[in-house]
Design a protein around this ligand. Structure first.
Ligand code: HEC
Length: 123
């Protein structure tokens, strides 16, 4: 009897985690169209480049760019997008950027993600 209750508790816990996991995903999807983050026109020049200019170019530009990644150059950004995407989203296997802690805002991350998914246009 006792064991049965334990098993129940475990499955209820597992179910709760699974459901809250789903809710989290949904929130993320909703965020892509959220009114607090204007994503109607996402372009490289207006949405992506200014973020890199504000948070990355101080270390990632010119011939001495950290990791040889120049975030002030469209050619370098598009060529290194897998590492950039991993770094700014703090994915495992990548150094977290910006270096020294912190993270880009959810809105900036969303805009960069949209730009990537739309084919990384030089627009
Ligand atoms: C204070 C300096 C600094 C800032 C600001 C900074 N970086 Fe870095 N970044 C570094 C250093 C140092 C490395 C490590 C270079 C090496 O030795 O490989 C690095 C590495 C990286 C890498 C390679 C990560 C990997 O695991 O392959 C990427 C991509 C990157 N940075 C992107 C960015 C982006 C995008 C931003 C802005 C959101 C940013 N960095 C901001 C200093 C900085």
């Amino acid at each position: 009897m006792k064991t049965k209750i334990k098993v129940h508790l475990v499955s209820v816990l597992a179910l709760t985690l699974a459901i809250s996991g789903c809710y989290y995903d949904n929130e993320e999807d909703l965020y892509l169209g959220s009114s607090t983050c204007d994503t109607t026109t996402v372009t490289y020049a207006a949405s992506v480049a200014p973020v890199f200019a504000g948070y990355c170019n101080s270390c990632h530009s010119g011939s001495t760019a950290s990791g040889n990644i120049q975030t002030d150059s469209y050619a370098s950004v598009s060529a290194n997008i897998t590492r950039i995407r991993g770094a700014i989203n703090h994915q495992s296997g990548f150094l977290s950027m910006p270096q020294g802690g912190g993270s880009l805002s959810p809105c900036d991350l969303t805009k960069i993600e949209i730009w990537i998914r739309k084919g990384m246009l030089n627009n």
